[in-house]
Design a protein around this ligand. Structure first.
Ligand SMILES: [Fe+2]
Length: 392
């Protein structure tokens, strides 16, 4: 009788396991479908079974409804007010983190991104620190507290985007009378995967190490003063702030200015796949604000419907204004103000503003990372339903 090779190999595997080797008994199984050939609208790919798929995880499209998650902020704030030692002291933050149901409970929404929603009670301070992950916060409160970055004190308001790039000292707080809420986004999972996460809290203060907050050396407005005139970049500064490389020297983008800029473009011929968009960029280079993540603001005018598009990159959406729907291959997300949702890479999506008012979303994508490693691709569906490559 012929030998059953698979069985024989499995027996050897049991024997060889202590040596940390694996005798191959299974073919590779790609979690995505062939990009150029299988372009149907159905949801894409699946994780493998058996040894090959043992540690494989796959993010799924998911929607966090503000009306469901927001009450937990109030409850966190209430516990903090009544506690002897509030969560911000023992957990560093008062927040909940979003978890993607496809990622087995990991603190991440895509392969590269972490997202949290934080609340700061009046008087709360997150002490000054520095780390390797790049991070941002999108302010949801009308009065948005402050973040001091490399000495620049950014006083925030709703719709503002505040960056704390890799290698910048920063501290946060709420010096107002009401709680402050914002959304944090970080490329933490990517840095963790690459095993290059580190953090330092020993900021040199006036009397030695570990000051609680930086002394503000620049008032709120430094980012706007230096970089706030589109197309004009000062020639007398190095554009290097902190020790990160390829990160934006502009730390504070004001929501009111973003909104006004979108409005000023509302009558232009817009992108058929994305509506009217504006990228938040490194003003010194025009590149994405972080080497890993791209941020953009999108305006969908009343009644606007985009065409289906898909990318190898994953995107996190934050609903700043209005309501609408995003159709994702095999599903539909009906979103409202402050909702957060993710569309993983390879999935077809289209946006619809079914309301009578403007809709504004901030979209954060790991496209810059995929571009750098030669893996960024995008396709769009034309009105006759043929598929066009959007990246040559
Ligand atoms: Fe931080």
């Amino acid at each position: 009788m012929a030998l059953d090779a698979r069985e024989a190999m499995e027996r050897l595997n049991t024997e060889a396991a202590p040596l940390n080797i694996w005798l191959r008994t299974q073919a590779n199984a790609a979690a995505q479908r062939p990009w150029f050939r299988e372009t149907g609208l159905e949801a894409s790919g699946r994780v493998a079974s058996g040894r090959v798929g043992a540690a494989q995880l796959k993010p799924v499209a998911h929607h966090w409804r503000w009306r469901q998650i927001a009450p937990y902020l109030e409850r966190i704030a209430e516990i903090a007010r009544e506690a002897e030692v509030p969560p911000i002291e023992f957990a560093e933050r008062q927040q909940f983190l979003l978890t993607n149901p496809g990622l087995g409970g990991r603190l991440q929404v895509t392969a590269t991104m972490r997202c949290a929603v934080s609340i700061y009670n009046p008087g709360d301070v997150a002490p000054v620190h520095i780390h390797t992950p790049n991070a941002s916060r999108t302010i949801l409160s009308e009065n948005g507290g402050y973040t001091t970055i490399e000495g620049e004190r950014c006083t925030a308001a709703r719709g503002d985007l505040i960056l704390t790039p890799n290698g910048t000292w920063h501290d946060h707080g709420n010096d107002g009378a009401d709680p402050v809420v914002w959304i944090d986004v970080l490329d933490f999972p990517l840095m963790e995967f690459l095993d290059c996460v580190w953090l330092d809290e020993e900021f040199p203060g006036a009397t030695g190490g570990n000051a609680r907050a930086q002394v503000a050396t620049d008032d709120s407005g430094y980012s706007q003063r230096l970089y706030g005139k589109g197309g004009l970049v000062p020639g007398f500064v190095s554009h290097r702030r902190g020790f990160g490389r390829g990160t934006s020297p502009m730390f504070h983008y004001r929501g009111t200015e973003v909104r006004a800029a979108l409005d000023g473009l509302r009558d232009e011929a817009s992108d058929p796949y994305e509506g009217v968009t504006l990228r938040f960029v490194n003003p010194a280079t025009g590149a994405s604000v972080f080497p890993t993540l791209d941020y953009r603001a999108m305006l969908l005018r009343p009644g606007e419907e985009t065409r289906f598009k898909r990318e190898t990159a994953s995107t996190l959406y934050q609903v700043i204004e209005g309501s609408g729907a995003t159709e994702i291959a095999g599903g539909r997300i009906d979103w409202q103000k402050n909702d957060i949702f993710v569309v993983p890479g390879f999935g077809w999506r289209r946006h619809v503003n079914c309301g009578e008012a403007d809709a504004v979303l901030y979209a954060i994508s790991d496209m810059p990372l995929l571009e750098k490693i030669g893996q960024y691709r995008a396709q769009g569906r034309l009105p006759d339903d043929t598929v066009a490559e959007l990246i040559s």
